[in-house]
Ligand binder design. Structure first.
Ligand SMILES: [Zn+2]
Length: 132
């Protein structure tokens, strides 16, 4: 039987709380959570809240995104390494592009990402802002 729970509903705990899965054997944190630890192959995890601060590893400016993000273009997309070692690909908001710099400190916030389809369901998720 096909699942009737929409994808965004299933993802709410991870998105809202930045919840990762910590391997009970080696301590590696998977985000998003997986069934098998990518480091040691263990299959047991415990939920863990990720750090909200990290460092900008790299970024790019997107000028021609897919249709659903067209209203937001241009925008910055970055890879952030959180202080617990987890890496996220996330939009960087509230920052002039010329202030973006690799190595700068960022904080993860929770904000609307896009509207989905004709129903206008708002999707929420994490984004990054620069810390001063
Ligand atoms: Zn492990």
């Amino acid at each position: 039987m096909k699942s009737i729970v929409p994808r965004y509903t299933r993802e709410i705990p991870q998105r809202a709380r930045l919840e990762g899965a910590k391997c009970t054997k080696c301590g590696h944190i998977e985000f998003p959570p997986r069934r098998v630890c990518s480091t040691c192959g263990n299959r047991e995890f415990e939920p863990v809240s990720l750090q909200k601060t990290g460092t900008l590893l790299t970024y790019t400016i997107i000028y021609t995104p897919s249709e659903s993000f067209a209203m937001q273009a241009p925008f910055a997309l970055g890879i952030v390494e959180l202080d617990d070692g987890v890496r996220l690909t996330t939009q960087i908001v509230d920052t002039p592009f010329d202030e973006l710099e690799i190595g700068k400190r960022v904080e993860i916030i929770f904000r609307r990402i896009q509207k989905e389809g004709h129903a206008g369901i708002l999707q929420y998720g994490y984004k990054a802002v620069l810390l001063n």
